[in-house]
Write a protein that binds this ligand. Structure first.
Ligand SMILES: NC(=O)C1=CN([C@@H]2O[C@H](COP(=O)(O)OP(=O)(O)OC[C@H]3O[C@@H](n4cnc5c(N)ncnc54)[C@H](O)[C@@H]3O)[C@@H](O)[C@H]2O)[C@@H](O)CC1
Ligand SMILES: [K+]
Length: 490
């Protein structure tokens, strides 16, 4: 399991740890890890040209100490100080002792400010590596104008960028990017991941993320703000039939989906459900012929959910068109219900709120925006906040689809983020496959949080396998689910 903690929690843990350690020990651990990552990226440290962008806080301090380590190994290290008067004094002294130099647009480092700016630009344009130590967890808002200008020069230089703790300008707690921010190739983060490193849009600015252990693990609380499942976690969640299992004990999932206009949604939801571990899939709706033609193992009925026979979980909504009656009938069932697509528009939300059995809602950003009464762009900009609000508002588990799919649990407030997604999954019908898969996992007994997050994981992996660098259809994704399942179990 990969876990992320908020800035407030990190700060409290750091205080506890610092009290037990000699002064400056944590910063030295951070700087050592940072320097090692930079050296690895450079390949050859001796003779390389490294530029440090140094802000006024401890993030700049880490950067200066790491720069000193690289300078001692023979790198030419130049520091650009964004606030020379408030720079980390110990870090700067260490850099100077190691032979590093300061180039500066800031006050007092060059006789003529304009000449200073030229020199800074020139130095950045010739760099083999740029280290972004402008701000870390103490950052507020986007980059300030001077830092933004430098970030532009860095982008122009094409030099690889290593961000220190976080890409400067992104919000550590929310993953929001409200102004200009540094785009990194690698982020070296200390002690624990921060939510912003795992959630878009900030995640995209971070590049790949490397965690440096500074001993924080032992003082962090057991429950994180955000967690990301990995192979072993998903493998432990997936149902596996025992010797005593029969199709009913494995769970029956009911799919109430599709319409005369959208029969394909029914077929795709069933295709996901058949790969999700339930012992049987019951289909209810007007697309039974299309479903049977493709998947003869499906139990089909056109009598409506009440008369369909027992199921352990329902999926309602994909391709439902305007069939509000079916959605209402499904919501009356005293079993877990997954509501997707048209179902999210047709459901009586007061009924959703009052349900006693678990509900899993699976909106994309547009559907989430409609449910929250905000613009789609606002949901995309603030994904973590949006998914939490939806879960609280509807007292349901909410899976917000996207490049980083989030699943929020209403009771505990825990959010899981899925890291396996691929932009190839942004294809018609892909959501229908996901809803069937998650519904099937619900029917086999997983909680809404586990079913949603395991389904997102498998679906993302299946999308990668199906696409493998080329476009794939939603039915290809469904076909790739067994391979994803085997990969996770391996
Ligand atoms: N506290 C600790 O124990 C450790 C902290 N470490 C480092 O310390 C960092 C946190 O240090 P600080 O609390 O000093 O905070 P930062 O260094 O992240 O930033 C705070 C400083 O930046 C300024 N600032 C805020 N927003 C800005 C913006 N948008 N543009 C420009 N300047 C802005 C503030 O005025 C303040 O001076 C971590 O991210 C990590 O890199 C590491 O050394 C590990 C140990
Ligand atoms: K930074």
């Amino acid at each position: 399991m990969r876990t992320a903690y908020s800035v407030e929690t990190v700060r409290a843990a750091e205080r506890g740890l610092m009290a037990r350690l000699p002064e400056g020990a944590l910063m030295q651990r951070a700087a050592a890890g940072l320097a090692a990552a930079c050296a690895e990226l450079l390949g050859r440290v001796y003779g390389s040209r490294v530029v440090l962008l140094v802000g006024s806080g401890d993030n700049g301090g880490d950067t200066l100490y790491a720069g000193a380590r690289l300078a001692r190994r023979g790198a030419g290290v130049a520091a650009v100080l964004l606030s020379p008067e408030r720079v980390h004094a110990g870090g700067l002294a260490a850099l100077r002792r190691a032979g590093g130099r300061v180039v500066g647009a800031g006050s007092g480092t060059e006789p003529a400010a304009a000449a200073g700016i030229d020199r800074v630009e020139e130095t950045i344009l010739r760099a083999d590596l740029v280290v972004d130590g402008i701000v870390g967890i103490g950052g507020q808002g986007g980059l300030r104008p001077e830092a933004e200008r430098l970030a532009g020069v860095v982008a122009e230089s094409g030099a690889p960028v290593v961000a220190v703790d976080l890409p400067s300008g992104v919000d550590a707690d929310t993953g929001e990017v409200r102004g200009a921010a540094v785009r990194a190739d690698l982020t070296v983060t200390f002690g624990t991941h921060k939510p912003g490193l795992l959630v878009d849009p900030a995640r995209e600015y971070a590049g790949s993320v490397r965690l440096v252990d500074i001993g924080l693990g032992e003082v962090l609380p057991a429950r994180p703000e955000l967690e990301a499942l990995q192979h072993a976690d998903v493998a432990a969640l997936l149902p596996s039939p025992g010797a005593e299992s029969d199709k009913y004990r494995r769970g029956v999932v009911g799919i109430a989906a599709g319409s005369a206009r959208y029969p394909g949604a029914a077929v795709l939801a069933v295709s996901g459900a058949l790969r999700g571990g339930a012992g049987a899939v019951r289909y209810v709706g007007p697309a039974g012929d299309a479903v049977i033609a493709r998947f003869p193992e499906t139990l089909v009925s056109d009598q409506g959910p009440h008369k369909a026979g027992r199921v352990q979980a329902w999926v309602v909504g994909p391709g439902a068109g305007d069939d509000a009656g079916t959605v209402a009938e499904v919501l009356e069932a005293d079993v877990p219900v997954l509501i997707d697509a048209d179902g999210l528009r047709l459901a009586d939300l007061d009924v959703v709120r009052e349900r006693r059995a678990p509900t899993l809602m699976t909106p994309h950003a547009g559907e989430a925006a409609a449910l929250l009464g905000v613009a789609r762009e606002e949901v995309e900009a603030a994904r973590l906040k949006s998914v939490r609000e939806l879960a609280a508002k509807y007292r349901a588990t909410v899976l917000l689809k996207g490049s980083t799919t989030l699943v929020a649990d209403p009771a505990s407030g825990l959010v899981r983020v899925n890291a396996t997604g691929t932009s190839w999954l942004a294809t018609a019908g892909s959501g229908d496959v996901l809803s069937g898969l998650a519904g099937s996992l619900l029917a086999s007994g997983l909680s809404a949080l586990d079913a949603g997050s395991a389904a997102a994981y498998l679906h993302g992996l299946a999308g990668r396998f199906a696409a493998d660098g080329a476009p794939a259809g939603a039915h290809d994704v469904a076909d790739a689910i067994p391979g994803a399942w085997r990969d996770v179990r391996r």
